[in-house]
Design a protein around this ligand. Structure first.
Ligand SMILES: Cc1cc2nc3c(=O)[nH]c(=O)nc-3n(C[C@H](O)[C@H](O)[C@H](O)COP(=O)(O)OP(=O)(O)OC[C@H]3O[C@@H](n4cnc5c(N)ncnc54)[C@H](O)[C@@H]3O)c2cc1C
Length: 385
């Protein structure tokens, strides 16, 4: 199983070669480490450098900023091939989002400063929107950035931040003005090693995605230069966030597809091997029908995802359509993990079988990146004009 559908017109020979290369890279460098990273609650820092050297990251970063200069299809492949191994610990999804923000809104100076490191793994990125008192209602953020001479002074806190322990660069959503609602919000880049007053809480214990570090972040009079405002105009943060939604949401659907393909492969192998009542578990009609249902849903998602990638590349993917991909992809991911685990019987509940981990990992996909209820609200708004 591959990311690509037979008829996907966006796929070139370069994309196929890149997928093969990424597949080999993950088999050699990532798969042997998955269980250890789960135990330690974080991916080795050295893996970021290894991935950078192998050319896995920055597929769509312009060549002048040390990227590969390709289209977003390359980023889609990096994400799919990772989750196709059963891994969701390496936080490249967020790195890709951060890279995309800086590419889209950064000044030339900011791009030159940060994009090369994000492509090489020298810099690990995070994006800090959610706060203890607000998640879905992003306009209600309380973190403030006050102008103080040629600096911003930032106060507030964030929660559930992916790559929070490892991050060297945190795009921070903060209020910069007194304008209410969306108008007073800006994105400010905080580099933890370069400023005082920034601290990280402990690596949070989660139900799944245990190798992916998630943290609270605290800002106490954190001072950053005014030039760390992303872009050159204050108050554009909400608009910048909204414009990036298509990739953020499609990315989660691609992660869902990769995990589904891995789970189905594992489940087919197990049910062909396992015997009950003198026959293979695969030979029960229930097993065959369940797998047929799961496979059908996976192929519907694959087609939709390929269509969305093509539209992302040509600039026509809108936020409601990407929200449909995120909503549908993560719902069927959870349904399929549930069915696959059941077909493993008691072994499916044991952590030594990857299906148990995949089942737990899937749950949060319906929550982060905008909950599925928020996805449905956005989709509904596009219908009820
Ligand atoms: C593992 C993990 C990683 C994460 N990584 C990041 C990250 O890197 N950066 C970041 O900024 N955030 C991150 N988050 C936060 C995540 O995006 C939020 O948890 C999510 O947006 C929901 O916000 P909330 O938790 O405050 O829930 P709430 O907004 O309090 O929602 C609670 C419930 O109410 C529902 N609800 C809320 N509003 C509506 C509405 N209008 N209509 C219908 N139902 C509604 C929600 O759907 C949900 O079911 C992460 C979260 C997790 C668990």
């Amino acid at each position: 199983m591959s990311l690509f559908t037979q008829s996907a017109a966006w796929v070139s020979d370069e994309h196929r070669m890149f997928a093969d290369m990424a597949n080999r890279f993950y088999a050699d460098e990532l798969v042997p480490n998955i269980e250890r990273w789960v135990e330690q609650g974080i991916v080795d820092r050295s893996f970021w450098h290894t991935a950078g050297q192998a050319g896995i990251m920055g597929g769509a970063t312009p060549e002048e900023f040390c990227g590969a200069g390709g289209d977003m299809g390359f980023e889609a492949i990096t994400i799919y091939q990772q989750t196709r191994t059963g891994d969701c610990g390496w936080g490249y999804g967020i790195q890709s989002i951060v890279t995309h923000y800086i590419t889209a809104y950064g000044t030339e100076e900011q791009k030159a400063r940060w994009l090369p490191g994000l492509a090489s793994g020298e810099i690990v990125g995070a994006i800090a929107m959610t706060e203890p008192s607000t998640g879905s209602d992003l306009q209600a953020v309380r973190t403030r950035a006050e102008k103080d001479g040629n600096q911003y002074r930032i106060n507030g806190s964030k929660i559930f931040i992916t790559n929070g322990q490892a991050a060297d660069l945190v795009i921070t959503v903060a209020k910069t003005g007194d304008a209410g609602g969306s108008k007073g919000i800006s994105l400010i880049v905080v580099e933890p090693d370069k400023c005082e007053g920034f601290s990280r809480g402990k690596n949070l214990k989660k139900l799944g995605m245990k190798a992916n570090d998630t943290s609270e972040l605290f800002y106490e009079d954190v001072k950053v230069p005014l030039t760390n405002l992303l872009g050159d105009e204050e108050g554009q943060g909400f608009y910048q966030l909204m414009n990036q939604l298509p990739w953020e949401r499609l990315l989660i659907a691609i992660q869902a597809l990769g995990a589904i393909d891995f789970a189905l492969e594992q489940t087919v192998a197990y049910t062909q091997e396992r015997k009950a009542f003198g026959q293979r578990v695969m030979d029960f009609q229930n097993t065959r029908f369940k797998l047929a249902e799961c496979k059908t849903k996976a192929e519907v998602l694959r087609s939709f995802v390929n269509d969305c990638i093509a539209r992302l590349i040509d600039g026509t993917l809108d936020a409601p359509t990407a929200s449909m991909a995120k909503y549908y992809g993560t719902e069927i991911q959870n349904e399929i993990m549930h069915e696959c685990l059941q077909l493993f019987g008691g072994y499916g509940y044991m952590m030594e079988y990857p299906i148990a981990r995949l089942y737990a990992d899937a749950r949060v996909q319906m929550i982060y990146g905008g909950t599925n209820e928020i996805m449905k609200e956005l989709i509904a708004r596009s219908i009820d004009l």
